[in-house]
Design a protein around this ligand. Structure first.
Ligand code: HEC
Length: 312
């Protein structure tokens, strides 16, 4: 009896793992996204008229892409060179990365596939243990700053490595809504009280992130979490990642259940538009030394989003 139960469970598990690998990516259209080096262009820099030519109209409602689409390569080249917004340029770092992105879903999961060229940079200083780290950050429309500014919504002037970083405190990514006050220097430690933060979380005012740590010849490692007043890693990782580096090209697949119905997690359903940003830390880099995309959007099946996940 026990054996048959075991066999039955194994069969079910096998079916699940087979279905998890069943996406036929050749049937899915590729969208091209250019990620670029952002230097120290923080949320506060973006909003300040004397710093950023687009501040006035960004404040009025234009989003980054409306002004900058197609300029990513030039912007990345300028910033990575150290001529603007980068006090300590890294020699040999590339200013932009072209990535192909595809999305698909089945009964259970959403799948995102990313393809891009591995860096040829030789990391003089290895800032981390990981050759490459890919981050997919998204929201379901609750956080308006992510809709407007993608990853910049979480990147502040007082975070580590930014112009107003606190010497004795490491602030990471956070959302402006988690602070009682935000100045040109960021939100610092003006945290809203714990109960208010809990309420924001309950209302879905957080961004979710998926991450893949990639090292050549090693199995990719997944982690996920959410950002509100700081980044939080989930204890139980829900994202599954698979990656391969072949002939200098990375192919990464990230997937997660569509509707985990769990705290700190966004359910992915038809009819909604999800805003996302992508970041790649390559050549053992960390902090601002990455390439980032402007904000884009995905949706299941149809809609105005620029990335449509196709059902399989
Ligand atoms: C209304 C148009 C407009 C919008 C919206 C806008 N920008 Fe800009 N941005 C500009 C202009 C014009 C410049 C060049 C002048 C300057 O540097 O201030 C610029 C410069 C920049 C630069 C410096 C690099 C360079 O080429 O000079 C960065 C980085 C940047 N923008 C990022 C962003 C991001 C990120 C967003 C969205 C969160 C955004 N911008 C939204 C118009 C805009």
């Amino acid at each position: 009896m026990k054996t048959s139960k075991y066999l039955f469970t194994s069969l079910i598990l096998l079916c699940f793992s087979l279905s998890a690998e069943a996406i036929d990516w050749s049937k899915v259209e590729t969208k091209q996204i250019t990620l670029f080096y952002p230097g120290q262009s923080s949320w506060e820099w973006i909003l300040t008229k004397s710093d950023h030519g687009g501040a006035k109209n960004f404040r009025k409602g234009k989003d980054c892409k409306e002004c900058h689409q197609g300029e990513e390569k030039d912007m990345g080249a300028l910033l990575v060179s150290g001529k603007r917004l980068e006090p300590t340029p890294i020699i040999g770092k590339r200013g932009s990365v072209d990535a192909g992105i595809k999305a698909a879903y089945d009964k259970e999961n959403l799948y995102i596939q990313l393809t891009w060229k591995e860096s040829t940079e030789t990391a003089v200083t290895k800032m981390t243990q990981d050759q490459t780290r890919v981050t997919f950050l998204f929201d379901d429309g609750t956080v308006s700053s992510v809709k407007r500014g993608g990853c910049w919504a979480a990147c502040h002037d007082d975070a580590t490595g930014m112009p107003n970083a606190h010497a004795d405190k490491n602030l990471g990514l956070y959302l402006a809504k988690s602070r009682t006050k935000l100045t040109r220097k960021g939100g610092g430690e003006n945290y809203k009280p714990a109960a208010a933060l809990q309420k924001l979380l309950a209302d879905g005012l957080f961004v979710e992130f998926w991450q893949a740590k990639l090292n050549q010849d090693k199995t990719a490692v997944a982690l996920d979490g959410y950002i509100l007043e700081a980044p939080h890693k989930n204890e139980l990782t829900k994202v599954v990642v698979n990656a391969e580096l072949n002939n200098g090209i990375w192919v990464l697949e990230m997937s997660r259940k569509l509707t985990p119905n769990m705290p700190h997690t966004k359910n992915i359903v038809t009819g909604k538009v999800y805003n996302f940003g992508l970041a790649i830390h390559d050549a053992y880099s960390k902090g601002r030394n990455h390439v980032v995309s402007f904000g884009h959007a995905f949706a299941l099946d149809q809609g105005k989003a620029d990335l449509i996940a196709v059902k399989q």
